[in-house]
Write a protein that binds this ligand. Structure first.
Ligand code: GTP
Ligand code: MG
Length: 529
């Protein structure tokens, strides 16, 4: 027989309703209390519903923020993007960390090959050296304005002091046979190409190096820049391929993921240390790589070589060979942040914020990372119209360097010119532009430790002191002046000194209110000031 409640109504067999139904023998007083409580609950429920409705309306209004990252090549755009991912979607960033393994190995191997090509003409001439050669603490010779190569090989602060492994220390008196060392490391040339192949979708042919390769191992091939730098068209291809390898990543054991990461698509198995898998080769060559990087004569030859062109992150990986070349290596946040893969075209990255910094902040950001070389810049324009904000990166350490694509053009001059074009664009009149004066870490080292004269390359700096703070103040004022004089309408000048390879200080920059306030507004008109 159906059960009746205190109101004489039939109680359904729905277990929830059964549970919530008033007792059959409810007294009049109990009934009154229950009805009063139910009214309070209904009112509270309506309040919550309304809050959720308002939140939905607000979220819709906030929409998603679109941010365009601009600046010359190697200014740090992609590195800044990775900082955003790490700061606001750390779980997503970390879930992808292992897919950077091959890029990191490619960076490392490319640097070793570049060093060998640069120093072998000199070192194979005399052929012998000892690891205990006199220290080379002298400053590098002055850099010609047209030669960016020396400046791209800053002696890392850790380099002279980095601890030798016990085996290396004990063998420090043994003369190095460079012919044997370079022959031993020659296997890395094939490995560089193998790693590159793994990053290219299988349906695309792999380009051949032109016959007359330059000091950096490449020429103008389909996937090489004018100075031989490898690139892929999009990050999604290699990341997707890799995540397919990972399968149900979270359910797999760490070692199974790592094993796949370490071998790439090469031979499908971890294999032993001496197999033909990528990590196997690296493990076999690990000691030779360390010997090469720590050898004083190699370093001296590097500084003298006018053709050397190492990435800014080269020293970081070379200093960490011991940690990185491991069978079950998992990249750290810093390893991923430093990984260099040149951007080509315009790449959209969606960052879904895992935590909200401010109530007004959009929960989804679309960030557009562009290739920064001159030939890429025309591709930026179609994106101008739809942006809420632009982050413009100017690497201040580039004051004594020239563009790879135009060796008559000073890189700092190029940044001034590019910034001027961006701020004066009518299409961008209402878009907030945030300037990152980047690579401050390298800049400090060049001024404080290498004693490079700023005014030698920037004559307008005049007789002012060759001091970091003074030069930074000058640079900031210069960019501010450009913004003030060339913006089609008044615009607030936002600028930050950054070293975007430093994730902690960059996170602070990204989180301070002044930076976010303009970004929080999804309405394009909100940027008119
Ligand atoms: N030391 C140091 N290195 C940096 C800094 N910012 C970027 N780098 C390094 O500079 C190199 C170029 O950085 P990317 O972020 O790839 O430059 P990009 O602007 O995206 O360059 P394109 O993709 O060619 O347009 C990488 O090796 C970075 O690790 C910095 O503040 N300090
Ligand atoms: Mg890039």
């Amino acid at each position: 027989m159906p059960r009746k409640n205190g109101n004489g109504m039939e109680v359904s067999r729905d277990p929830l309703l059964v549970l919530m139904a008033p007792p059959a023998n409810e007294s009049a007083e109990e009934k009154e209390i229950r009805i009063r409580n139910e009214k309070v609950a209904i009112a509270r429920n309506a309040e919550i519903e309304e809050m959720l409705r308002l939140e939905r309306v607000a979220a819709k209004k906030r929409g998603c923020i679109r941010v365009l990252l601009l600046g010359q090549s190697e200014s740090g755009k992609s590195t800044t993007l990775k900082n955003f991912q790490l700061a606001f979607a750390p779980n997503a960033f970390r879930a992808e960390r292992v897919s950077w393994t091959r890029i990191i190995y490619l960076n490392l191997v490319r640097s070793i090959n570049t060093i060998i090509r640069a120093v072998s003409p000199e070192l194979l001439g005399t052929n012998k050296s000892t690891l205990s050669s006199p220290s080379t603490s002298t400053l590098p010779s002055p850099i010609s304005p047209l030669d960016r190569s020396h400046a791209d090989f800053p002696l890392p602060p850790t380099a002279q002091s980095s601890a030798m492994t016990p085996s290396l220390s004990s063998s420090s008196q043994i003369p190095i046979d460079y012919t044997a060392l370079f022959a031993d490391l020659s296997a890395l040339e094939g490995l560089e190409e193998r790693l590159q192949r793994q990053l290219i979708p299988p349906d695309e042919p792999f380009p051949q190096y032109p016959a007359n390769t330059n000091a950096n191992g490449g020429g103008a091939g389909k996937r090489y820049t004018s100075h031989g730098e490898f690139f892929v068209y999009s990050t999604t291809g290699w990341k997707t391929a890799f995540s397919m390898l990972r399968g149900r990543g979270s359910l797999e054991s760490r070692s199974s993921i790592d094993r796949r990461a370490s071998v790439g698509a090469d031979n499908g198995g971890g294999g032993g240390g001496g197999g033909d898998d990528v990590v196997g080769v690296l493990l076999e060559k690990k000691r030779a790589m360390i010997v090469l990087w720590r050898d004083e004569r190699v370093r001296r030859a590097l500084r003298r070589s006018s053709r050397i062109r190492l990435d800014d992150s080269a020293a970081f990986y070379l200093d960490n060979i011991d940690r990185i070349v491991q069978r079950y290596y998992e990249p750290s946040d810093d390893d991923v942040i430093r990984a260099r893969l040149r951007t080509v075209g315009v790449q959209e990255h969606i960052i879904v914020h895992e935590r909200q910094l401010t109530r007004d902040m959009a929960s989804e950001w679309r960030m557009y990372d562009v290739g920064g070389t001159r030939s890429e810049r025309a591709a930026w324009i179609p994106y101008f119209e739809h942006m809420n904000a632009i982050i413009f990166l100017a690497p201040i350490s580039a004051f004594n360097q020239v563009l790879d694509e135009d060796r008559d053009r000073n890189r700092l001059e190029d940044s001034f010119g590019l910034y001027k074009k961006i701020v004066s664009s009518k299409l961008l009149a209402k878009v907030q532009i945030v300037l990152f004066l980047n690579k401050v870490d390298l800049f400090r080292r060049m001024i404080n430790h290498q004693g490079i004269s700023f005014s030698k390359y920037v004559p307008s700096y005049g007789n002012r002191p060759n001091e970091v703070e003074s030069i930074m103040k000058y640079l900031k004022a210069k960019f501010k002046e450009i913004s003030r004089d060339h913006s089609p309408q008044a615009r607030t000048f936002f600028s930050y000194f950054t070293s975007v390879v430093d994730t902690q200080s960059t996170a602070v920059t990204l989180q301070i209110g002044a930076f976010f306030s303009p970004m929080c507004l999804a309405n394009d008109d909100a940027y008119a000031v």
